[in-house]
Design a protein around this ligand. Structure first.
Ligand code: ZN
Length: 677
């Protein structure tokens, strides 16, 4: 099997067309045995040097992750029952290997020995950074704890993981548990046809007449946005706002879970010597400490709040004068905002979409890459997993290969929804100087063209494509040869969206839009008048949207850094945050924290601020290009040299400082959002 198993062939591009579910288990038998043998050898090797210790460990684990990465990728884009079963069967083997690796004390000691060895003084920046990160991650994983503390640390981790799962399960169950059967169609006035049809079908499925409304987003959002029946909006709003709280079924109440999660997180941080869970979370991020984040959020809030207040006043006025809504309530906000937006900037997304045809959009994207970095994107060939998939290579001005990427644009059965970038192979420079070039996947779920016509994309989809290409370029343009810090590896969580959000900006540039549009029927580029309308609508209510994000970010950061459960309550803290930054105040029975899965069940604890933080970086980086319109290539070269190409070999703060010659400023974000002073 070994000789013919495509998952064990690392000589060239992955052999996607040949990989079968039955290859997975046998490939992992070989790769896990190799990796485990490499770990055992690394635990014992003497003397410890980069070549004797890190390289063999990297070799064995890289092969394992590369093969498993191909399996995970196929699972996401070409799912079949047989593949899913093989994936699920083998997943625990991979998870167990990864967990054991992170807690291997013998390896931790070897890394410490290497870091303090005479040879380490000669290491270049990437190698030093790999060592620093590895030692840090071992420490944060509890490797330095002894006896009882270590056991307690492990127990806390396990309980937290179960509590997080419980928390999000309660939110899901509480969402599913509620529904409203509407018998009188007049109550559905304003709701789009497809939403009504879905509600009708849902009622029928229960054997009932009428329309079944639920709290699932595809029903809840249209009701809040379009339903003219104010009472209907309120009914669904109230049910949604009280999900998983003391107002509902006791077994789904997240109140106790919130308290327990916060207590355990504080204890875990304390075991590792951190003052708070926020300090622990920020130890791996670009922000310095909780105070740094709080200052950032409050500064942005102070600037955004006047605009948000103005948005609110305008909306109240419009609701009163045009809609006859005297006291704007929480369940009126989306409804009134949509009506105001219609009144002010009526244009059809559908019209815009006719201009963004697939070949033009790709051509426009590749032209941006060429302008910025002097690199050409050329069609290339490789074994692929589906006929839809296209393959490209990036070449420099001399024709040398920089990297390659797969592009899988269209939705189909068995393909996971959404859009993402993933790495298939990372850049690596070997001891003999040979270079392993990067290889990435770009995956979207757009609709195909009908009847032989090219596909057309909404402006939002075009932005998504540019965003994912931005992540892809972070991988492809790296100049780092050490796996641990090449591409996006080792890049701080709150800075990782910089290259992707940066690319989105080009979708709003008139000069680029002309080159990337051609009407599907007439071939005409996007008309200026339509562009002006898109631009005007872009920042509609951005003040209100900004303070809402700041409310969540500030609440999250205070909860994990300054909250005293004996003297305070989670709801009281949220209320104080709203007093400080919000312009919309939900009713006192709103239980938002009980549904805040991002921070209680996801990876965003003491990290919600990252969304805005990265937006500041990307806007400010883009501003460097706006400031020098005649020097795009020079700025692009600097951007690659100092940020994109550096991977995680240097801190994001140092990268930014080197590129901009100063620390990040929020001015560009404010200007792009229409909130410049
Ligand atoms: Zn992203």
């Amino acid at each position: 099997m070994t000789a013919t198993n495509p998952l064990l062939d690392f000589s060239g591009l992955p052999r996607f067309a040949e990989i079968r579910p039955e290859h997975i288990g046998p490939a992992l038998d070989v790769l896990l045995a190799d990796a485990e043998a490499a770990v055992v050898a690394a635990e014992r090797v003497q003397p410890v040097s980069w070549e004797s210790f890190v390289v063999p460990l990297d070799d064995a684990t890289e092969r394992l992750w590369r093969a498993w990465g191909q399996v995970g990728h196929l699972q996401a884009v070409m799912n079949t029952p047989a593949l899913r079963e093989a994936y699920n069967q083998n997943l625990p083997r991979i998870t167990n290997f990864g967990t054991a690796l992170g807690q291997n004390v013998a390896l931790f000691r070897q890394y410490q020995t290497l870091a303090s060895s005479a040879g380490a003084t000669g290491f270049d920046a990437p190698r030093r950074k790999v060592l620093d990160n590895t030692l840090r991650d071992f420490r944060l994983g509890g490797a330095e704890l002894d006896g009882a503390d270590k056991a307690r640390f492990t127990a806390i981790k396990e309980e937290l993981s179960a509590l997080g799962a419980r928390f999000s399960q309660n939110v899901l169950d509480a969402t599913d548990a509620w529904s409203l059967l509407v018998q009188d169609e007049a109550r559905l006035a304003g709701l789009p046809q497809d939403v009504r049809a879905a509600a009708r079908a849902a009622a029928e499925k229960d054997g009932k007449d009428g329309w079944k409304l639920t709290l699932q987003m595809p029903c809840y959002l249209p009701v809040q946005t379009y339903a003219e029946d104010r009472n209907l909006r309120e009914t669904l709003y109230r049910a949604s706002a009280q999900r998983a709280s003391e107002f509902g079924e006791g077994s789904l109440d997240n109140s106790g879970n919130i308290d327990r999660i916060l207590a355990l997180r504080a204890e875990l941080a304390g075991l590792l010597g951190f003052a708070s869970y926020a300090d622990y979370s920020i130890a791996t991020k670009m922000a310095q400490d909780p105070a740094d984040v709080l200052a950032f959020l409050r500064d942005l809030a102070a600037r955004a709040k006047p605009f948000a207040r103005q948005d609110r006043v305008e909306l109240e006025q419009f609701a009163r004068d045009t809609l006859g809504l005297d006291h704007l309530q929480a369940w009126d906000l989306a409804f009134a905002a949509d009506k105001l937006k219609q009144a002010r900037y009526s244009y059809s997304e559908q019209d815009v979409k006719q201009y963004f045809t697939e070949p033009k959009v790709l051509g426009g994207l590749f032209a941006v890459i060429e302008q910025l970095y002097g690199l050409r994107v050329q069609p290339d060939s490789a074994p692929v997993w589906h006929d839809d998939v296209r393959f490209f290579r990036l070449e420099d001005a001399q024709g040398a290969l920089v990297g390659q990427f797969y592009l899988d644009l269209y939705a189909r059965e068995g393909k996971r929804g959404g859009a993402w970038m993933d790495d298939c192979r990372n850049r690596r420079v070997r001891a003999d100087g040979s270079v392993q070039t990067p290889l990435v996947y770009l995956v979207c779920n757009f609709g195909r063209g009908a009847d032989g016509a090219p596909a057309t994309f909404s402006h939002n989809e075009v932005t998504t494509l540019f965003h994912e290409m931005g992540h892809g370029l972070h991988q492809l343009l790296t100049r780092i040869g050490e796996l641990g810090v090449a591409g996006i590896n080792g890049v701080e969580w709150d800075a990782v969206e910089l290259p992707s959000q940066f690319m989105e900006n080009f979708c709003w540039e008139w000069s680029h839009l002309q080159g990337m549009t051609a009407h599907v029927e007439t071939g005409e580029p996007l008309p200026r008048a339509l562009y002006e309308k898109m631009l005007a609508a872009r920042n509609f209510h951005s003040g209100m949207a900004t303070v809402r994000q700041l409310e969540f970010g500030l609440f999250d950061m205070l909860l994990h850094s300054q909250f005293e459960p004996q003297q305070d309550s989670v709801l009281a803290l949220l209320e104080r945050v709203r007093e400080e930054v919000a312009v919309n105040h939900p009713p006192e029975w709103n239980r938002f924290p009980h549904q805040f899965s991002h921070i209680f069940a996801g990876g965003y604890a003491a990290g919600y601020y990252s969304y805005k933080w990265a937006e500041v970086l990307s806007a400010d980086a883009y501003a460097a290009f706006e400031e020098a319109p005649d020097a795009v290539a020079a700025t692009g070269a600097r951007f690659r040299d100092e940020i994109i190409g550096r991977g995680g070999s240097r801190s994001a703060a140092e990268n930014f400082q080197a590129f901009r010659g100063r620390a990040p400023s929020i001015d560009a974000l404010l200007r792009h959002s229409g909130m410049a002073g």
